[in-house]
Design a protein around this ligand. Structure first.
Ligand SMILES: *Cc1c(COP(=O)(O)O)cnc(C)c1O
Length: 385
């Protein structure tokens, strides 16, 4: 008998209160009860996106929402820039290519972020760019791109829309969609939003709506204008993920209980520092520098002398601690420690202590307790006198 300790960068654990909230009887999505739930929930999610714009709810995974952002704004043959710093940036490239956009790919080595200077230099010789696509938090490498700075470059250098994939960080990291000048911000339910998979959230700026109105999106289910016209009535064009919307409203309660969204963001920053300091104390290498390190997921290299696949399997089998492996060419080289959503400093201490146990099983040389102590010091400095 055991509980699987899921420390993946999505899907992530669901809070008991959210599970219970989702256990309500279902009602019609054309009822007054639904309209009330929908309107209330949307208002409460806006601060998480940092926007006054509406939040549209799609009954889909994050990928469909990325696809909606692309197909509603750009037409085949038009020029776009896609910034890719890992597997999910490449995802955006694939979506854009599938729809026949002319993609200018700004590609960075996996483990690095894209800087404002690089984007500026890349944009300079280009003309008539319709949109710039970028991943906010690259889930495959644990990098968070400096979105505020990148947005400023896009605003200054082009008339392009800025379309941001926030799937693995919205809900756990700061977003100021309106202030930063993001045109479309997208996230999904099953990462930092503490929900099961199946709901995606999309917000659109006024500038982007103007473009969307003039674009003949070749998509029916993902047509954002139809979501917008139904949202006016407090509804969605087709059957929404009603159960997940109850859950989303409860997620907003939990954030309120924590003291507001700023506290939620601070908790993620703290967990990031705890994990990174622990790995340094154990002499285990991190894939990324501190500067652009993700607050929601940390990519960690195989401890020296250890076959990573065996280590991860052992951790899961003996200690029930479940980390995610690497993607693409980083498979077998890194593992990914998810610390987003329903995850707390105490969970970090637990995971590091179990990791140390497995390291000892593998005869890795280290000072027992060094990782836990390093993480705990970060916690004490933040929370105790
Ligand atoms: C998980 C993820 C996606 C894909 O979301 P799905 O819900 O699996 O479709 C897209 N982008 C990023 C950054 C992700 O982490």
């Amino acid at each position: 008998m055991y509980i699987n300790i899921l420390r993946h960068p999505g899907p992530t654990p669901i809070p008991k209160k959210v599970q219970l909230a989702m256990n309500r009887d279902i009602f019609s999505h054309r009822s007054n009860e639904f309209v009330e739930l929908y309107r209330e929930t949307i208002e409460r999610v806006k601060p998480i996106f940092g926007t006054k714009q509406d939040i549209l709810l799609l009954p889909s995974g994050g990928t469909a929402a990325l696809e909606a952002a692309a197909v509603n704004t750009v037409s085949a043959g038009e020029d776009v820039v896609v910034i890719t710093v890992g597997a999910f940036g490449d995802y955006f490239v694939s979506i854009c290519e599938k729809y026949g956009f002319h993609v200018h790919k700004l590609e960075k080595q996996w483990g690095q972020a894209c800087t404002a200077e690089e984007l500026q230099a890349f944009l300079q010789p280009l003309k008539d760019i319709k949109a710039v696509f970028v991943t906010y938090n690259e889930t495959s490498t644990g990098i968070i791109n400096p979105i505020a700075e990148l947005a400023q470059v896009v605003r200054n250098e082009t008339d392009a829309l800025l379309i941001v994939d926030g799937v693995s960080c919205i809900g756990g990291s700061l977003a100021k969609m309106d202030d930063w000048g993001i045109d479309i911000l997208v996230t999904g339910s099953q990462k930092a939003m503490m929900l099961p998979p199946g709901l995606s959230l999309v917000s659109v700026s006024d500038r982007a709506w103007k473009v969307i109105e003039e674009n003949n999106a070749p998509s029916y289910y993902l047509n954002l204008q139809s979501y917008r016209s139904w949202a006016v009535k407090g509804m969605t064009p087709n059957t929404p993920a009603i159960t997940l919307i109850y859950g989303l409203n409860e997620v907003c309660n939990l954030i309120e209980e924590e003291g507001g969204f700023a506290e939620t963001v601070a908790r993620h920053e703290l967990m990031k520092d705890m994990v990174r300091n622990a790995m340094k104390a154990l002499n285990i290498e991190l894939l990324t520098e501190d500067e652009h390190a993700s607050p929601t997921i940390t990519a960690i290299l195989a401890p020296e002398g250890i076959v990573l696949g065996d280590f991860l399997a052992h951790l899961k089998q003996k200690y029930h601690l479940d980390f995610a492996g690497g993607l693409g060419h980083l498979q077998g080289k890194i593992f990914r420690f998810g610390h987003m959503g329903y995850c707390f400093p105490s969970d970090i201490l637990q995971a590091i202590s179990l990791m140390e146990a497995a390291l000892q099983d593998f005869s890795y040389e280290f000072e027992p307790g060094a990782g836990v102590l390093a993480a705990h010091k970060v916690f004490l400095a933040a929370h105790c006198k």
